[in-house]
Design a protein around this ligand. Structure first.
Ligand code: FPP
Ligand code: MG
Length: 293
């Protein structure tokens, strides 16, 4: 099991077991399609998929879509299940995320990710930058197939925001708390928010629901990145900030974003994701104790 997984995330994996396995099939199918069955090209990407992450972005798509479907079925009395397009959207968002990580590893000159050698180190920057571009364009191919203009606008604007913020951070790094939060929002939270909004839109949610889930994604994403910075000891240099406290504050904000939704399994699991973030320090402590004993 991935050592970053705790009980809260386990619950989500269990509930979405079928959908997440459909997602893996979809990603494999996509991998074969864009590498055109060429083994050399396939190996470049297969290696990246093998060091799979937690699939948090697809999870946000699927839970938000599920929550929106539940709301609709309460209104019109019809129940519906996760459909193929939700899995495709989830795959597109995972591809965008992975392409951003490949590009990030080039920018940061990182040699390892998730305990594995990065693409830029295993091959070189030329291969890695183009591999990132390929994943990225394939994601947009999937997105176009959905024929959902609102979702297309959200995803393109999000990627634009991510790139702008990364460039900005290189040429004029943040110097105060507000700029820092804006950067975390742009680089991490905006994509998570896009996952929630697009999942909800695809499931036919009304504007109020899309807005609330989008806000949830933003606050969850900021909390997630604050906790990551805390655990990686990446304390900002030019100003004081209590990263752990701020992470908890943003988790609380995210919780509030869901307060108007009636209780159901999807809402419960979105709240579990917040618990997962909050409990990360205990997980790390437990791991380090297990390594000592
Ligand atoms: C990780 O940050 C980086 C990101 C979450 C986003 C990076 C975004 C880009 C490079 C813009 C390009 C985007 C696309 C879609 C092509 P980190 O370095 O703090 O975290 P790490 O420890 O995971 O590397
Ligand atoms: Mg990095």
């Amino acid at each position: 099991m991935n050592n970053e997984v705790n009980v809260w995330l386990e619950q989500v994996f269990e509930f979405l077991g079928k959908e997440l396995s459909l997602l893996e099939n979809e990603l494999k199918k996509r991998l074969l399609s864009f590498t055109e069955n060429r083994i050399d090209l396939y190996n470049v990407f297969n290696y990246f998929f093998e060091i799979r992450g937690k699939r948090l972005r697809p999870i946000l798509v699927l839970l938000s879509a599920g929550l929106a479907r539940e709301l609709r079925s309460k209104l019109n009395g019809k129940t519906s299940k996760t459909n193929e397009t939700e899995i495709e959207l989830a795959a597109a968002l995972e591809l965008i995320h992975n392409s951003s990580l490949i590009h990030d590893d080039i920018v940061d000159e990182s040699s390892h990710r998730r305990g594995q050698v990065t693409l830029n180190h295993r091959f070189n920057n030329k291969v890695a930058v183009l591999a990132g571009d390929l994943l990225f364009s394939h994601a947009f191919l999937i997105m176009n197939k959905l024929e959902q203009p609102k979702i297309s606008a959200i995803l393109t604007e999000t990627v634009e925001k991510m790139c702008q913020s990364e460039i900005n951070e290189i040429i004029s790094p943040f110097t105060n708390f507000e700029q820092y939060i804006a950067h975390l929002n742009a680089k991490t939270a905006s994509l998570m928010s896009a996952c929630c909004k697009s999942g909800a839109i695809l499931a036919g949610a009304d504007e109020k629901t899309v807005l609330a889930l989008g806000e949830f994604g933003t606050n969850f994403g900021i909390a997630y990145q604050l906790m990551d910075d805390y655990l990686d000891d990446e304390q900002p240099k030019n100003f004081e900030v209590n990263l752990l406290l701020q992470a908890k504050i943003y988790c609380e904000k995210a919780k509030k974003n869901l307060k108007n939704f009636k209780n159901n399994e999807y809402k419960k699991l979105l709240l579990s994701l917040l618990q997962y973030v909050s409990d990360k320090p205990y997980l790390k402590l437990k791991e380090s104790q297990e390594n000592i004993t």
